[in-house]
Design a protein around this ligand. Structure first.
Ligand code: ATP
Ligand code: ATP
Ligand code: MG
Ligand code: MG
Ligand code: MG
Ligand code: MG
Length: 262
């Protein structure tokens, strides 16, 4: 009990602070997104459409998040955004939304600033990066899987568009002309354009651009010691892993059932 608890001012807490606990038995998804990163990426001369170092910095921040907050079971990132999924029954901060959200956003941002020089040793950070965040609860496995699929579909649509757009611009079109050329095109039209005009097979583009990034704990066998006969003694350990893979289909989830088990 703090000194203030019984003062005449205590009512400002008991009567004005409201309970913001998230509903039990829901997967908690926290999505953070860089504020004005269109501008931030320009100022810091990110490569277009995809600066790989910037993506690797985001992934390093996500890895730090899983190290810091054990109840995060999965993270998915693309561009300037990252989603963090807390396990369904987490009691982290009694599931208080404002605590969970603010801790995620501030910790991610701090790590982004601290690790900047590791990924951009020759680039000064000239503006403070900052992120917004939101929390959404998903009541079952289907909806949390669909949430992650939704983000990866978005990654695909945006990356395919941006790949075409920047190739057109780099080949001499103005941004307006490039935009006009892509207006109303379907996915297969864009694949055709890449093939015909640039001899690029979209599927050969790096997976980190096409699929986004997943960070999770992987089960791996690790040799812990050697027994008295010199045979290795192995144990299953959870090791934080990063992969640029499909999470829309069921293959990844069938091979990693322990990640989102209900
Ligand atoms: P929590 O995560 O629950 O907030 P906490 O350790 O941050 O835990 P607080 O009640 O917020 O606990 O107290 C802040 C602590 O930080 C105190 O122990 C205080 O001594 C220390 N602290 C904060 N600012 C200063 C400062 N300017 N100089 C010395 N100590 C400070
Ligand atoms: P808001 O504050 O509303 O989020 P924003 O400018 O951040 O605005 P987003 O829709 O979040 O807009 O888009 C992110 C922007 O940051 C895009 O313009 C994208 O090109 C740029 N960006 C983010 N990551 C990278 C990267 N790794 N390489 C190149 N550009 C990037
Ligand atoms: Mg943004
Ligand atoms: Mg964004
Ligand atoms: Mg404190
Ligand atoms: Mg449920």
């Amino acid at each position: 009990v703090s000194a203030m608890a019984n003062s005449e001012y205590e009512y400002v807490k008991s009567e004005f602070e409201f309970d913001n606990r998230l509903p039990p038995s829901n997967w908690i998804a926290v999505r953070i997104d860089g504020c004005h990163f269109h501008r931030f990426s320009k100022i810091h001369t990110f490569e277009k459409p995809n600066d790989e170092n910037a993506l690797r910095l985001m992934n390093a921040c996500a890895t730090s998040m899983l190290e810091k907050f054990p109840d995060i079971v999965f993270a998915y990132g693309v561009s300037d955004e990252y989603s963090f999924v807390f396990r369904e029954e987490t009691e982290f901060y009694q599931r208080r939304e404002s605590k969970i959200l603010s801790l995620c956003v501030s910790y991610f941002t701090s790590v982004y600033v601290m690790k900047w020089k590791d990924f951009f040793p020759n680039k000064e950070l000239i503006e403070p990066p900052y992120f917004d965040g939101r929390v959404v609860c998903y009541p079952n496995l289907k909806t949390i899987r669909d949430y992650l699929a939704w983000r990866q579909v978005d990654c695909h649509i945006n990356n395919q568009y941006n790949t075409c757009f920047w190739l057109l611009v780099k080949s001499g079109k103005t941004e307006k002309e490039a935009q006009q050329a892509l207006k109303g095109t379907f996915s297969k039209d864009k694949n055709e354009l890449l093939l015909q005009q640039f001899q690029i097979n979209y599927d050969d583009e790096p997976a980190i651009f096409r699929k986004g990034s997943c960070v999770y704990r992987d089960k791996v066998e690790i040799k812990v010691k050697t027994d008295c006969f010199g045979n290795p003694i192995k144990r299953l350990r959870l090791v934080i892993a990063m992969a640029n893979v499909d999470i829309i289909g069921s293959e990844f989830w069938e091979n990693h059932q322990y990640i989102l088990r209900e």
